[in-house]
Design a protein around this ligand. Sequence first.
Ligand code: ADP
Ligand code: SF4
Length: 674
Amino acid sequence: MPRNPSYDILFQPVRIGPVTAPNRFYQTPHATGFGWQRPQSGAALRGVKAEGGWGVVCTEYCSIHPSSDDSPYAFLTLWDDSDIAPLALTAEAIHKHGALAGIELWHGGAHASNRMTRVPGIAPDVQPALYHLPATARAMDLSDIRDFRSWQRAAAIRAKQAGFDIVYVYAGHDYLPFQFLSRRTNHRGDAYGGSLENRVRLLREMIEDTRDAVGDTCAVAVRLAVDELHGPDGITSEGEGREIIAMLAELPDLWDVNVAGALGNDSRSARFSPEGFQEANVAFVKSLTTKPVVSVGRFTSPDRMVSQIKRGIQDFIGAARPSIADPFLPQKIREGREDEIRECIGCNICRAANNEGVGLRCTQNPTMGEEWRRGWHPERIATYPRREKALVIGGGPAGLEAALTLGRRGLEVTLAEAGTALGGRLLHEATLPGLQTWMRVRDWRVHMIGKLSNLQIFPGSRMEAADIAEFGADHVVLATGSRWRRDAVGVYAIRPGAYPQALTPDDIFAGAQVTGPVVIYDDEHYFMAGALAERLAGQGHAVHYVTTAAVASSWTALTNEQDFLQARLIEAGVSIHPLKALKGQASDHITLSCVYTGCEEALPCGTLVLATGRLPELGLWTALAATGVQATRVGDCLAPSSIADAVHSAHRFARLLGEPDLPPRRERAPERPY
Ligand code: ADP
Ligand code: SF4
């Protein structure tokens, strides 16, 4: 298909100081979980983004000094010259495809844990060190400020030596330069505190220093939180955020602006913010500067991208998550294949990877993070050597991914789904409050399957073992999913209990009636219990949320959703009972016990809903074993988990069919001399 001419504007080059971006697609800095420990993994990941058409590809945060050490999370370093060569791998991988390479120089101030380096933290003022309790960050005196400026300058020079084209001054996300900007964290009485002009002084000096050091060939970008969402106490886009931009308007070569304070504000999940949600806060920036502006907003629609440019909101289309879900998004638009864009669903599983200190992963894109360690490519896959027949049972995320990937490899694929609609668990989960975008997992796969002539789908086809044996496929893949447990076994309670009157989420989705006070019991800790509580409260039920953890949906702290979620439950009138385990159920109440003391209490309960563990659907697997037909299980019917894990499991099987299943490569030692 020829490119839609209305998208031409997205492919215009844009000048950024001394360098020129080949188009408007700008992959803003985002964490990968690889950091300085895994330079080849990081380089391969960024290289694929550049190959997919992103005109600017940036690294994640790169520490300028050991007093800014985010261990155990993965971050880059430019502490000394030994950091140059590993980072050059990334710059080279990006340049290979004609994109500009950006690097986000970073100092966390009171936010840096320094667990590895054990260097005391620094901050504008004496401040309890966040994430490193019970430590305290010490106040920087004027010689510390001079040192700090010299670190930024030295790191910028090393970044240039490593080959980067865009060097960041990073004043966002509550990190050190931002701590100087905000009245909330800067209480100094010297030339760096007090008036806004004084609080801006360090940022101004950093921009000037960086330009002085590398500005002849490198663009100097400033990443600034123009609203920290703390109201009038802090930086706001109507107040000091606007004033800062006005004061420094022409000083940097590019403004990368966002709403921040905490990282979670900037990368809110779809459950809590729609596409383009930062626009109201950042739109003013372009009116105050002639320099190019970039911002993010989970943009996946080319029409919305064009609108951002035409309405003068920004000059680039900034993206982190859309570039993770589809590294080839720009190329697909360029080639008139925008229908093939694998849209980010806004689930923030990618955020969880970094928060857990592991390599990046993505629900939509199972190859993300696997570029170097497994050699997986999002758009290329080896053809299977023979035209064999594959039968996939189940049309949920795993079955669809298995079928699509086997189809891309050239097998003759048949997918049988018992239900009349495809989607499996998504058919229910995407009806929960705020989770509608999750249906993109199904929709993209069904759409791509429709383009393959070697793949047939049969909905309304429940398969029994005899049907499968009769079908006579060379490869049988079971993707029959899972069901919620009725025995309350979960993370805390590992011994099965008897709760014959209790419901599970499956019952609620099947339309079971709920009466009286509803108790949702969470011993799983991801989204289900919280989302069900929200839905039932919204339907007017009195809802009690009981969890063995300290907070509701505790695992969602890793997807940066937990605090938004808990606030929403409280606002919906849900009464939250933390650190309580289920002990028993009577006709009108349940018994709970404190997870620490065992002290028991009764809670009135008309309907108990157990969101604890899930069991794989093994009926077909067991029956098939009796027939002697070989099969492979993928997704939840192998091991119930997240949708991301189900998709990855299916992709891994299909990609490795006929190949040795080797362990992923690990970065023990450089593969070439640094
Ligand atoms: P996953 O996340 O692993 O893809 P899901 O629970 O989302 O798992 O999807 C499993 C799908 O398998 C459901 O749509 C279900 O209807 C289908 N299924 C289960 N058993 C059979 C069967 N015997 N024949 C055909 N489809 C089946
Ligand atoms: Fe988007 Fe989810 Fe993938 Fe992150 S993990 S890029 S939020 S689809």
